[in-house]
Design a protein around this ligand. Structure first.
Ligand SMILES: [Zn+2]
Length: 64
């Protein structure tokens, strides 16, 4: 999983490809256990498709 805990709210550049077209989107995420989580806020790189989740989103993706 990518993402440093202290990173800024809005990414300026994609860490993976270096592109600067990173936009905030709500996406659906398929978990490893097969569950589908809708409406997860993520920053998505338009160039390579890499997704970055913030902390609330990460928590949503982890079974408690
Ligand atoms: Zn990228």
């Amino acid at each position: 999983m990518i993402g440093a805990p202290e990173r800024r709210r809005q990414l300026r550049h994609c860490v993976r490809c270096g592109g600067d077209r990173v936009v905030l989107r709500r996406v659906s995420v398929r978990l490893t256990n097969g569950r589908l989580v809708n409406g997860v806020e993520a920053e998505v790189c338009l160039d390579c498709g890499e997704r970055y989740y913030d902390l609330p989103a990460m928590n949503k993706l982890q079974p408690t």
